[in-house]
Design a binder for this molecule. Structure first.
Ligand code: GTP
Length: 495
């Protein structure tokens, strides 16, 4: 019933937006029964839920040497850090539980405990963070936090937890991470800030959850859906780091607790238990007052969206991967079966004065918006591309093949994009008519030009590299906004 309502709203949406006539439905021509890729089961993991726990601070030491306190501070706990890497394609290799090391305990002779090692996990470029539980990650670091001076002694025991009120991250429209570093504050300030924090969190939530781009998660085990703070940060550049869980400060040793550690210890009630050891140079005790602060915890959903200037969008087998290899140095897998591309391949198109990133999006089939084929896995990558390059196979219906004509391929592609997200196809576009080398393809190309108006069409043979120079020039003009044609259903003559 739910599914039925869903379909009904789809249809209505479609009718109002596109004024669909009897022909503006999917092609009834059966698809070429393509061989399924043997690796189809290996879908890319482009969404996952992770739990991170930073290391607790080590305990401070309570010890005396010749009547003077000499217990060192505990070491700081390690941070959990996400690092953006172009060598990682998806989240399949990412641990779901990321735990950083605890700080070592302080010891006598004013020795500071060792700093807990950071846990650094690599994530792909285009990783977006959605917060389920914990504090909004507050620091983006470009250098490893292991460079922090381990001898830095905190003046007081501060629970330096990230605070979205004063140090938060947000993603702006350009997709860059903005960070304001948090600073320490007094307890009264802290109270004030906590108040601000709850207000601001709500603000962020209402802004983001109502924003058009707020993603829908189909992960079944996410029950806290309504509490997700969407898009709290995103990682867009190689080497970018973000601390998602912050290590606890080490506990203070008694050398730091005492106002003047040089003076001989005056006996206090709490210290009585240590009196017998005062003369013992090796006396070492832990004190409950000197416990290290706990490391913070966080639960996040990570989502991957490709960031490219151009997306190649086309049916399986249209030749997108071959084309990417022809126009750039990328070496994507090419096969004569559907879904050779299981994840977006990225290629760089270099000009004298410009470099364009092109994504080869896995082949699209009817019903992809309902998660058929590779479904959502690729549709969400298209959300973040400036320009669409529709790749059609001129030879799909030629020579007894059971594929569909290029103009019908275009209609199906547009419908899929729009079903996934209203307006997704509404961006500068061009058409690449591939496989012009095939017998009879010339005639189909002429027919395509007659049927589709107002958008540049580039005939190419990807395998032989023919027509590539013109195509590159066209893509450059489109990305530079020198031309801005958009393809919509009205421009396609289907009858
Ligand atoms: N004749 C001819 N064949 C081509 C051309 N370009 C690609 N092919 C062939 O078409 C088949 C599919 O090519 P791919 O590049 O894997 O197609 P794809 O669109 O990336 O496929 P998916 O990964 O399923 O989305 C391969 O056998 C290619 O060799 C061309 O210009 N001419």
């Amino acid at each position: 019933m739910k599914a039925f309502k869903h379909m009904e709203s789809f249809t209505q949406k479609c009718i109002s937006r596109w004024s669909i006539t009897h022909y503006a439905r999917y092609s009834d021509t059966p698809h070429k029964k393509s061989k399924l890729a043997p690796l189809q089961e290996r879908r890319m993991i482009d969404q996952c839920k992770i739990f991170a726990k930073a290391g607790d601070g080590g305990n401070g030491c309570f010890s005396f040497h010749k009547g003077r306190p000499d217990g060192g501070n505990g070491g700081r706990g390690g941070n959990v850090i996400l690092e953006c890497s172009p060598r990682v394609w998806d989240f399949s290799g990412l641990q779901r539980h990321l735990i950083a090391e605890k700080g070592g305990p302080g010891s006598s002779k004013k020795l500071i405990g060792s700093r807990g090692a950071d846990k650094v996990a690599r994530v792909p470029i285009g990783t977006v963070l959605h917060l389920i539980n914990g504090d909004i990650p507050s620091v983006v670091e470009t250098q490893s936090s292991t460079d922090v001076d381990p001898w830095e002694i905190p003046g007081e025991l501060v629970y330096d937890l990230p605070d979205p009120g004063i140090g938060s991250i947000s993603s702006d429209t350009s997709g860059e991470v903005k960070a304001i570093h948090s600073t320490g504050c007094s307890s009264s300030q802290a109270e004030e800030t906590n108040f601000e924090k709850s207000e601001k969190s709500t603000d962020v939530f209402s802004q983001l959850s109502t924003s058009k781009g707020a993603p829908e998660f189909d992960t079944k085990d996410i029950e806290e859906k309504q509490e997700i703070l969407y898009n709290v940060a995103e990682l867009t550049e190689e080497g970018q780091q973000i601390v998602i869980a912050r290590g606890g400060e080490g506990g203070l040793g008694n050398v730091s607790c005492s106002k003047d550690s040089r003076k001989p210890m005056t006996m206090k009630a709490g210290a009585c238990q240590h009196i017998s050891n005062l003369q013992d140079p090796d006396s070492v005790h832990s004190s409950p007052h000197a416990a290290g602060a706990p490391g913070s915890e966080i639960v996040l959903i990570l989502e991957l969206k490709s960031i490219a200037d151009v997306s190649f969008v086309g049916m399986p087998n249209a030749g997108k991967s071959t084309l990417l290899g022809a126009i750039s140095r990328a070496k994507p897998a090419v096969g004569d079966y559907a879904f050779t591309t299981l994840r977006p391949n990225l290629g760089n198109l270099n000009y004298d004065d410009l470099s364009i990133t092109v994504a080869d999006i896995p082949g699209l089939i009817k019903g992809a918006h309902q998660n058929r084929g590779l479904g959502h896995a690729f549709l969400r990558h298209i959300e973040r591309t400036k320009v669409l390059a529709y790749v059609v196979d001129l030879a799909a219906a030629l020579n007894g093949r059971k594929g569909i004509a290029p103009w019908e391929q275009l209609r199906d592609l547009i419908l899929e994009l729009e079903y996934h997200q209203d307006g997704l196809s509404n961006r500068p576009s061009l058409i690449i008519a591939n496989k012009i080398d095939e017998e009879g393809a010339d005639e189909v190309y002429k027919e395509l030009k007659r049927r589709v108006q107002g958008v540049p069409i580039f005939p190419v043979c990807a395998v032989l590299g023919e027509g590539i120079a013109d195509l590159k020039a066209g893509l450059k003009m489109l990305v530079n906004a020198e031309i801005s044609h958009k393809l919509c259903l009205d421009q396609i003559l289907l009858a």
